[in-house]
Design a protein around this ligand. Structure first.
Ligand SMILES: [Zn+2]
Length: 110
């Protein structure tokens, strides 16, 4: 018996949406959905750190080292379509901060 990590609703372990077997460690991960709070999560919740350290592609490594220079397409759309080009901007989950760096250049208080 599992519990939703957010609301604690009990879930039968056989009630998963899909299963995925990692080619890295042959670990099986199962995707669950909580009907109470609508959360989806993978079990097991923890992933081994070596996955990111050894399997990460160059872009991932650059991202975490903080050497990425160019913003992603989603951020380009922000600058293209956001009607206000100044003011205070909070980026929750800012990753390597490259978006905030560009926003600061554009005139936002980040
Ligand atoms: Zn829940």
């Amino acid at each position: 018996m599992l519990k939703c990590p957010v609301c604690g609703t009990r879930k039968e372990s056989r009630e998963y949406i899909e299963a995925y077997v990692s080619t890295f460690n042959n670990q099986e991960y199962k995707l669950y959905h909580c009907k109470t709070c609508d959360l989806q999560w993978w079990e097991p919740l923890k992933i081994i750190p070596e996955f990111y350290e050894q399997e990460g592609e160059e872009g991932y490594a650059m991202f975490h080292i903080g050497l990425r220079e160019e913003i992603g397409e989603n951020h380009k759309m922000f600058f293209k379509y956001m009607p206000v080009k100044y003011g205070r901007l909070l980026n929750v989950g800012c990753g390597d901060g490259v978006f905030l760096k560009e926003a600061k250049k554009a005139g936002y208080e980040v």
